[in-house]
Design a protein around this ligand. Structure first.
Ligand code: PLP
Length: 407
């Protein structure tokens, strides 16, 4: 992307002109959450100002308009990830809720004592704990795909874990700590060869690459709106219709019913069966707006520019004595986790903050990965298409100062 294009993009994000301690904000915490373009903020306002009425149940004008907008958003999202039909798109609060939904509903329907779920060594807690809870409930076993020293999954070990007890594989598409891009298509193929369904945690993938759920042949694919320039509190569970049709509802109440009596309740059709209570119909439309924004720029263009930023930042960071980059996968997304000498990540993060630079420090909700690496945490800088090489230069110079102070 040209400097001109990036400057124009930056103008779309009001928060990027905020000052932090009187310094221009440098926001490198994009894996935790992304900033929102004006188009998304305007869509939220527009929704409340012009289209606010509870959806699905109303005969009145506004309710019907709001329902249409919500269902149009569902359609847009289905097309965006190439789902076969909009009824395969279930709105959730985010990735975490989507995984919990599958862990509960799939667990109830398909799992029994002695069965196994396969996850990997590089998962976020959101793709560990719901499966652990299922394993506890049903007396099942969690099996872990190991990684190599670069932070890539060991695929030969993965294949050995797949057996007649394996009920489901659940892996991340991109690691939020190491940036590793996992070869999920290949892994899905291997699982399907043994009739095992696969859930992909796409929280860190969708913002950086084109995702085609049918090409991947994923059984379930989940992501969060706030990590792809949309609002917080909305996310998506994509599930193949044949699976969603079979699974029992996750929560009860609201529009998920067909008929209720005190004797028996029958459930609504897809996707409503999984959407109990008033849906976030403002969030859904704002999420679709965020995806339109990304689509207008072009995800391939975004990916190429973010790769350029990551390569540039990696090269510049390695100028610093004692720099240790954690996660050196061949295929890597725009995440750089690092440690410098024996300085605690928290101290680096605190001082960078005072210089206006937002990075994340700690275990990044991946404590088992930290244990495996034998470290308490890392400093993590994550880039978006609104970041610049100049910001990276400022960050590296600031980091050199901080390291000098703390060494
Ligand atoms: N999975 C991955 C890989 C993540 O990076 C995150 C958030 O950082 C999550 C799941 C959880 O996302 P959310 O908090 O939006 O549910």
């Amino acid at each position: 992307m040209t400097t001109q294009e990036i400057n124009k993009i930056r103008e779309d994000f009001p928060i990027l002109s905020v000052k932090v301690y009187d310094k221009p904000l440098i926001y490198f915490d994009n894996a935790a959450t992304t900033q929102k373009p004006k188009a998304v903020l305007d869509r939220i306002n527009y929704g409340y100002e012009h289209l606010n009425a509870n959806i699905h149940r109303g005969v009145h004008f506004l309710s019907q308009k709001a329902t249409d907008a919500h269902e149009e958003a569902r359609n847009f999202i289905a097309n965006y990830i190439n789902a076969e039909s909009a009824s395969e798109i279930i709105f959730t609060r985010g990735t975490t809720e989507a995984i919990n939904l599958v862990a509960f509903s799939f667990g109830e329907f398909c799992c029994k004592e002695g069965d196994e779920i396969v996850i990997s060594a590089i998962e976020h807690h959101s793709n560990i704990v719901p499966w652990q809870m299922l394993c506890e409930r049903k007396k099942m076993k969690l099996r872990i795909i190991p990684m190599n020293e670069k932070g890539e999954l060991r695929l030969n070990e993965y294949e050995k874990l797949l057996n007649e007890k394996t009920r489901l594989v659940s892996v991340t598409h991109v690691s939020n700590v190491l940036g590793t891009v996992v070869p999920v298509k290949e892994m899905i193929e291997a699982a399907h060869a043994k009739n095992i369904p696969v859930l992909i945690d796409g929280a860190q993938a969708l913002p950086h690459m084109q995702v085609d759920v049918r090409d991947l042949n994923a059984d379930f694919y989940v992501f969060s709106g706030h990590k792809i320039y949309g609002p917080t509190g909305i996310g998506v569970l994509y599930g193949k219709k044949e699976w969603l049709d079979k699974l029992p509802p996750y929560q009860g109440g609201g529009e998920m019913i067909q008929n209720v009596s005190f004797e028996k309740t029958t459930y609504n059709e897809l996707p409503f069966k999984f959407e109990a209570g008033t849906p976030d119909y403002i969030g859904s439309t704002a999420l679709a707006e965020a995806l339109k924004y990304v689509e207008n720029i072009g995800i391939d263009k975004i990916a190429a520019y973010e790769d350029e930023l990551t390569a540039y930042a990696t090269k510049r960071l390695l100028e610093i004595d004692g720099m240790r980059i954690i996660g050196t996968s061949e295929h890597k997304s725009s995440v750089i986790s690092f440690l410098v000498g024996d300085i605690h990540p928290y101290d680096i993060g605190m001082l960078l903050d005072k210089l206006g630079i937002a990075v994340r420090t700690g275990h990044h909700c991946a404590q088992p990965l930290m244990d495996e690496l034998g470290i308490p945490g890392t400093v993590r800088a994550t880039f978006s298409f609104y970041n610049t090489k100049e910001e990276i230069d400022t960050f590296v110079e600031a980091l050199k100062r901080v390291v000098g102070m703390l060494s």
